[in-house]
Design a binder for this molecule. Structure first.
Ligand SMILES: Cc1cc2nc3c(=O)[nH]c(=O)nc-3n(C[C@H](O)[C@H](O)[C@H](O)COP(=O)(O)OP(=O)(O)OC[C@H]3O[C@@H](n4cnc5c(N)ncnc54)[C@H](O)[C@@H]3O)c2cc1C
Length: 598
C-alpha cells in the first residue's frame, strides 16, 4: 500500500507567499471576494477526498482494469470507481471551477488545479474520467451555441455527464489532417457522423448517465487537410427537449486497449455508425474549439505528472528513512542498528532531491500558468488578458513536456530508491512509473510540444514572447542583483537568459537555411527553456524563503526550500550546458545516416 499526504503547506507557499494569487484574483470581478482562508479550506477537504477515497482504489484499479461487454458495448470500471465518482458529485467537486451560470461554484482555476494535482497523486486513472470533462466543458463553453450550452453544460458541470475528446483514428495520430471520419448534413440541421476513433480516454464507462463525445470529422465539402476538420457534439444518449435522456446514439466502444499504465482508465476504440451530432463553431474550423480543449488538456497532463512526481517522492522518502543497508561512507550513523538507513548515501539523496525539486518547481510553474489562464479569460483589462494569453501560449508546451519528462525521470528514480522492492508490484512504485509514461505521449507527444515551442511560439514571432518571459527574469535580476545571498540563485538564470537569446537567434538562422535544424534541436531547446523557467521560479521561492528567515522565522520549511533550491541549481540546472551543445551539434549527425538506419 502506498502512502500520500496532500502537500498543502507547499501549495499554500506557492499560492500565497510566492505568487500572491489572491491579490491577482481580487482584481477580477468573478473572484473579487476570494480570500486565503476559503482557498485553504477547500483544498484541505479536497486533499481528504484524494487521500481517503481515491488512493485506496489506485492499486486495486490497476490490477482489475476495465471490462468491456462485447454484446452490450458497456464498460465496467474497477470495483469502487463508480461509488467514488458518486461521492465526487455529491461533494460538488465536479463544479468547483465551473461558471455559476451553469451551476458551478465559480472558484478559481488555480484551486481546481491544486485539487487535480492531489487526485492525480492519488489515482491518475480514476481522475481522467472527470478530467476529460473539463476540456469538453471548456470547448463548449467557449464555442458552443446558447442552445448547446443550455443542453449540456449544467449536467457536465454537476458531473452527471462526462466528456471525451475524439481525435485519433487508426491511421491518424499526430497528423490530424489525415482524418477520415465523416459528417453528413441532415435536413433538420443535425449531422450523421461515421468513423472509427481509437485510444479514446474515458471513452465508455459506467460512472455517469451520459457521455458527451466531442468528435472531429469532415463535412462533404471539406477542403483537404487540417483546414477541413469540423467539431461535433455526439452524445451517447440523445437529449430530449426537456433535458431527459432519449434514444441511444450509435456511438459504441468496440474494444478496450491493454496497456502499460493507467489501466483503470478505459482507452476505447469507438465506432461511430451514423450517430447524430451537432456542429460546434464554424464548419471546417473545428480545430479552434479543439484547441481550447487541447490547451486545457495540456496543462492537465503536466499536472498529472506533477501529481505522480509528488506521490513517488513521498513514498521513496519514507522508504529511504526506514530501509537499512550498508554503512555511510563517513562512518556509521545509526550505531544501534546493524546498518544505516539508505538515506545516508549521497546517490539516494540525489534521487530523492531530484523528485522533490521537480515536484516543487513544477508546482510553481503549474499554478503560475493557471493564473495566466484565469487572467486570459477573466481579467477586466484587455491588455492584461492579451499578455496573459501570449505568455501562457509560450509556457503551455513547457508545462506539458518538461513536467512530464521530469515526471518520468523522478518516478523512475523513486522506484530505484526501493531497489528490487521498487520493481515488485505490491509496493506500488512501478505503477507510478508505468502511469507516468503515457503523459509524455498523449496530448501531442513531447517532440510535437518542442516543435510547437521552438518553431511556432519562439521562432514564429522572432522570439517576441520569449522576450516577455525574459522581462520577468530581468525584473528579478534587477531586484536582487546586488543581494549577495541571492547571487547563487540569480547568477545562473541571468547567464542562461543571455545565452538563450544568442542560442535562439543562432537556431533561427540555421533553421531558415535548413528546417531540419529546428527539428534536430527542438527537444533539447525545450529542456533548456524548461530549466530557464524552473530556475526563475526556484529563484523566486528561494527569495521568499530568505526573506522569511531574515524576518525571524524558524520554520524548517524555509530551510528545506533553500536546500532544495541549492540542490536544483547545483545538480539539475547545469544540464542546460550539455543540452545547448547537443542542440548546436545540428541535424547532420541525424539526417546523414541513411546507411546507419538502412
Ligand atoms: C492511453 C492513451 C490515451 C489516449 N487518449 C486519447 C484521447 O482521449 N483522445 C484522442 O483523440 N487521442 C488519444 N490518444 C492518442 C494520442 O493522443 C496519440 O497516440 C498521440 O497523439 C500520438 O499519435 P500516434 O500514436 O498516432 O503516433 P504518431 O503520430 O504515429 O507518431 C509516432 C512517432 O512519430 C513522431 N512524430 C510524428 N510526427 C512528427 C514530426 N513532425 N516531427 C517529429 N516527430 C514526429 C511522434 O512524436 C511519435 O514519437 C491516447 C493515446 C493513448 C496511448
Amino acid at each position: 500500500m502506498t502512502i500520500y499526504t496532500p502537500p498543502l503547506r507547499d501549495m499554500q507557499f506557492v499560492m500565497h507567499e510566492v505568487l500572491n494569487v489572491t491579490a491577482d484574483l481580487q482584481a477580477m470581478p468573478a473572484h473579487a471576494e476570494m480570500d486565503v482562508d476559503t482557498i485553504n479550506a477547500v483544498l484541505e477537504e479536497g486533499g481528504k477526498f484524494a487521500a481517503e477515497v481515491l488512493l485506496p482504489l489506485n492499486q486495486s484499479g490497476d490490477a482489475a482494469s476495465c471490462q468491456l461487454d462485447p454484446v452490450t458495448h458497456e464498460v465496467t470500471t474497477p470495483a469502487g470507481f463508480k461509488a467514488a465518482y458518486a461521492q465526487y458529485i455529491e461533494g460538488g467537486w465536479a463544479a468547483l471551477a465551473c461558471d455559476p451560470e451553469f451551476g458551478g461554484q465559480g472558484l478559481p482555476l488555480v484551486v481546481n488545479q491544486c485539487f487535480y494535482e492531489m487526485m492525480n497523486s492519488a489515482n491518475q486513472a480514476w481522475t481522467m474520467y472527470p478530467g476529460l470533462t473539463h476540456g469538453a466543458y471548456a470547448a463548449l463553453y467557449t464555442h458552443g451555441t446558447p442552445e448547446q450550452k443550455a443542453t449540456y453544460l449544467h449536467k457536465m458541470t454537476s458531473g452527471e455527464w462526462t466528456g471525451t475528446m475524439c481525435l485519433t483514428e487508426p491511421h491518424c495520430g499526430t497528423d490530424l489532417g489525415l482524418m477520415r471520419s465523416k459528417a453528413e448534413p441532415q435536413a433538420d440541421g443535425t449531422f450523421r457522423i461515421t468513423g472509427t476513433k481509437i485510444f479514446i480516454s474515458a471513452g465508455e464507462h459506467d460512472m455517469a448517465a451520459n457521455i458527451i463525445h466531442l468528435v472531429l470529422a469532415r463535412l462533404p465539402d471539406a477542403p483537404p487537410g487540417i483546414k477541413g476538420v469540423s467539431l461535433f457534439i455526439v452524445p451517447k444518449y440523445l437529449v430530449n427537449a426537456d433535458g431527459t435522456l432519449g434514444a441511444r446514439n450509435p456511438i459504441f466502444a468496440s474494444r478496450l486497449e491493454h496497456k502499460m499504465g493507467i489501466k483503470a482508465n478505459a482507452s476505447a476504440q469507438i465506432e461511430i455508425d451514423g450517430a447524430i451530432g451537432t456542429l460546434v463553431g464554424q464548419p471546417h474550423k473545428g480545430m479552434q474549439g479543439m484547441f481550447v480543449m487541447m490547451n486545457a488538456a495540456r496543462l492537465g497532463v503536466g499536472n498529472q505528472s506533477l501529481g505522480l512526481t509528488e506521490v513517488a517522492f513521498q513514498n521513496a522518502l519514507a522508504y529511504a528513512k526506514d530501509r537499512l543497508q550498508m554503512r555511510s561512507l563517513t562512518g556509521p550513523k545509526a550505531k544501534d542498528q546493524p546498518a544505516d538507513p539508505i538515506i545516508v548515501h549521497p546517490d539516494v539523496r540525489k534521487m530523492l532531491l531530484t523528485a522533490k525539486a521537480y515536484a516543487e518547481g513544477g508546482r510553481a510553474l503549474m499554478y503560475f500558468s493557471s493564473m495566466l489562464l484565469e487572467k486570459e479569460y477573466g481579467h477586466p483589462d484587455e491588455k492584461v488578458r492579451k499578455e496573459a494569453g501570449e505568455l501562457l501560449a509560450l509556457l503551455t508546451p513547457i508545462v506539458k513536456a518538461f513536467i512530464t519528462d521530469n515526471g518520468w525521470t523522478a518516478t523512475s528514480a523513486c522506484m530505484q530508491v526501493f531497489g528490487g522492492h521498487g520493481y515488485i508490484t505490491d509496493n506500488g512504485m512501478e505503477q507510478f512509473v508505468r502511469d507516468a509514461r503515457i503523459n509524455m505521449i498523449y496530448e501531442g507527444t513531447n517532440t510535437i510540444q518542442s516543435l510547437d515551442l521552438l518553431g511556432r511560439k519562439v521562432l514564429g514571432n522572432n522570439g517576441a514572447t520569449l522576450k516577455k518571459f525574459g522581462k520577468l527574469i530581468g525584473a528579478l535580476v534587477a531586484e536582487e542583483g546586488v543581494n549577495e545571498k541571492m547571487a547563487e540563485f540569480i547568477t545562473p538564470i541571468a547567464i542562461l537568459g543571455d545565452q538563450m537569446t544568442k542560442f535562439t537567434t543562432e537556431l533561427g538562422f540555421k533553421g531558415f537555411q535548413n528546417p531540419d535544424e529546428v527539428g534536430a534541436a527542438a527537444v533539447d531547446y525545450l529542456r533548456v527553456a524548461g530549466h530557464l523557467v524552473f530556475g526563475y521560479f526556484w529563484a523566486r521561492m528561494a527569495q521568499v524563503a530568505l526573506q522569511k528567515i531574515a524576518a525571524g522565522s524558524t520554520d524548517p520549511f524555509y530551510v528545506a526550500k533553500l536546500q532544495t533550491a541549492r540542490f536544483y541549481f547545483a545538480k539539475l540546472f547545469p544540464e542546460t550546458a550539455t543540452l545547448m551543445r547537443t542542440a548546436r551539434a545540428g541535424s547532420r549527425a541525424l539526417m546523414d545516416t541513411d546507411a546507419a538506419l538502412a
